[in-house]
Design a protein around this ligand. Structure first.
Ligand SMILES: Nc1ncnc2c1ncn2[C@@H]1O[C@H](COP(=O)(O)O)[C@@H](O)[C@H]1OP(=O)(O)O
Ligand SMILES: [Mg+2]
Ligand SMILES: [Mg+2]
Ligand SMILES: [Mg+2]
Length: 396
C-alpha cells in the first residue's frame, strides 16, 4: 500500500527497509546507506525538514508586509531569512565533523545586512519569533531560545566564498522565491561540497505532489504533497515524504531513449529562461508534449523520479548562475542516474566560488539522451545566433 502510493506514476523502487528511516517530527533521521556521507545527509535532512516547516507556516499566512524588495528587486520574505537561520543553526550545532575540525563553512544566498537597519528591525523580530516557534514545535532540540543576535549570526555564517578546497555547505534557503510568494513550488536546497565537488544534497519540496506531475501523472487522484529528496556520492537518490509518514524510496531518472517521448521541464517564470530557445530545442528533438513549467529545484527532484526526461535552463544574457541554485539539485539527478551539463557538454564546476562558471545554460537528462539533447542544444544556439535581432528563433 505504502509503496503503491509513493510509486504512483513515478520511477520509484522500494529500498530495503533496513537501509532507511523516515524523518518524522522529532526523530533524528538515519539515512543508513552505508555511504561515507551518511551523517552529513542525516544532519542535512534534519536541517532542511525544520526549515521547510518554517516556510510552510509562513506560506500559509503570507502577508504582503512580510515581503520586501532587495537591490535586485526579487522578493525576499521572512521565510528566506528564517530558513537560512534555521539551517545554519542546525548544521553548526549537529555537524560533528565540521565542529570537531572547527572548519564550518557555508555558502548561502542571503545575508543579514537589511535586517541590521532600522527598517529591518520589525522583520528581524518576526523572524526570531518564527525560528523559535519552529524549534519549539519540533521538540527535539530541548529548551533553546535564540536571540535576535543569534539569528543574525546564524544568517551570516553563510558568507563563505566557497572554492576548490575543503568542505562547504551550500544553501538556497528558499529556491524559487517567486513560486513561494505565488503559493506554488519552491525548495529548500542544501548541498555539500568537498574539494570543489558536490558530494551530498537534500532538497525539501513542501508543495511537490507525491504522485508524478509528468504528462502521465497529471490524472492521479492522489493530491498529497511534500517531498524531500536526499542524495550522496555513490549512495543513490531517495525520496522521502516531508512529514515522514511513508517509507523512503529509491528513485531513478526516466529511461526513455527516444527523444520524441521525452517530456521536458523548464522555469515557470518566462523571465528566467529563454523559452523561444527551449521551444526550438524541443522542436529539433521532436518533443511533442508541452513543457512542464515549475519553479525552483523542484524540477530536479521531479526529474529524478522520472516525471520529466529533460530539463532546459537558458537564462537571458548577463545572468550569472549561483552554486546554491544547482548544488543540491544536480547531485539529486546524478545519483538518480542522470546527467547535468552545460551547452558545451561539460559537467558543472562548483569549485570557482559563489558563482558557476559555465558555457551558456544548464541541461539535465538521462544518459541515453545526453548526446542527442546536447546536439539539439548546440544547433538551436547556432540558429538563435543567426536570427536577426528582434525576431524569434521559434519562427524558424
Ligand atoms: N533573472 C533570472 N534569471 C534566471 N534565474 C533567476 C533570475 N532571478 C532569480 N533567479 C533564480 O532562479 C531560480 C529560480 O529558478 P526557476 O526560474 O527555475 O524557478 C531561483 O534560484 C531564483 O532565485 P531565488 O532562489 O531567489 O528564487
Ligand atoms: Mg533570491
Ligand atoms: Mg535560488
Ligand atoms: Mg533563494
Amino acid at each position: 500500500m505504502v509503496n503503491e502510493k509513493l510509486g504512483q506514476g513515478s520511477n520509484l523502487a522500494a529500498a530495503p527497509k533496513s537501509e532507511m528511516r523516515s524523518s518524522g517530527q522529532g526523530d533524528v533521521p538515519s539515512f543508513g546507506t552505508g555511504s561515507s556521507y551518511e551523517d552529513d545527509v542525516a544532519v542535512a535532512i534534519r536541517a532542511v525538514t525544520l526549515a521547510s516547516r518554517l516556510c510552510q507556516a509562513v506560506q500559509r499566512k503570507l502577508l504582503s508586509k512580510e515581503t520586501q524588495a532587495k537591490a535586485d528587486k526579487s522578493p525576499v520574505t521572512v521565510a528566506d531569512y528564517g530558513s537560512q537561520a534555521l539551517v545554519s543553526w542546525v548544521l553548526q550545532r549537529e555537524s560533528l565533523v565540521d565542529r570537531a575540525a572547527l572548519r564550518f563553512s557555508m555558502v548561502a544566498e542571503e545575508d543579514s545586512e537589511d535586517l541590521r537597519t532600522e527598517d529591518g528591525s520589525a522583520m528581524l523580530e518576526r523572524i526570531t519569533q518564527l525560528v523559535n516557534e519552529t524549534i519549539a514545535a519540533d521538540g527535539s532540540f530541548g529548551p533553546v531560545t535564540l536571540s535576535k543576535d543569534d539569528v543574525l549570526t546564524a544568517i551570516d555564517r553563510g558568507s563563505s566564498p566557497g572554492g576548490p578546497d575543503g568542505r562547504h555547505w551550500v544553501l538556497d534557503p528558499i529556491d524559487g522565491t517567486r513560486g513561494f510568494v505565488r503559493g506554488d513550488q519552491y525548495a529548500v536546497a542544501l548541498g555539500l561540497l568537498e574539494n570543489g565537488k558536490v558530494v551530498a544534497g537534500v532538497l525539501g519540496c513542501p508543495n511537490l505532489p507525491l504522485a508524478s506531475i509528468g504528462p502521465n501523472g497529471a490524472v492521479s487522484s492522489d493530491k498529497s504533497t511534500g517531498c524531500l529528496f536526499a542524495a550522496s556520492k555513490g549512495a543513490g537518490t531517495t525520496m522521502h515524504t516531508m512529514d515522514g509518514s511513508l517509507t523512503a524510496q529509491k528513485v531513478h531518472v526516466s529511461d526513455v531513449c527516444d527523444s520524441k517521448w521525452a517530456a521536458f521541464c523548464e522555469s515557470y517564470e518566462a523571465a528566467h529562461s529563454k523559452q523561444d530557445l527551449t521551444a526550438n530545442i524541443a522542436r529539433i528533438l521532436g518533443v511533442s508534449a508541452p513543457p512542464i513549467r515549475i519553479d525552483s529545484q523542484c524540477k530536479y527532484g521531479a526529474m529524478a523520479r522520472g516525471d520529466a526526461v529533460i530539463y532546459l535552463r537558458f537564462p537571458h544574457a548577463g545572468y550569472r548562475e549561483k552554486i546554491w541554485d544547482h548544488a543540491a539539485g544536480s547531485i539529486v539527478i546524478t545519483e538518480a542516474g542522470g546527467e547535468v551539463f552545460d551547452a558545451a557538454g561539460k559537467a558543472l564546476d562548483f569549485s570557482k566560488g559563489r558563482f558557476l562558471d559555465l558555457e551558456h545554460g544548464i541541461v539535465a537528462t538521462n544518459s541515453h539522451l545526453k548526446d542527442a539533447v546536447l546536439a539539439a542544444v548546440q544547433t538551436a544556439i547556432k540558429e538563435e545566433q543567426n536570427v536577426p535581432k528582434g525576431e524569434s528563433s521559434s519562427h524558424l
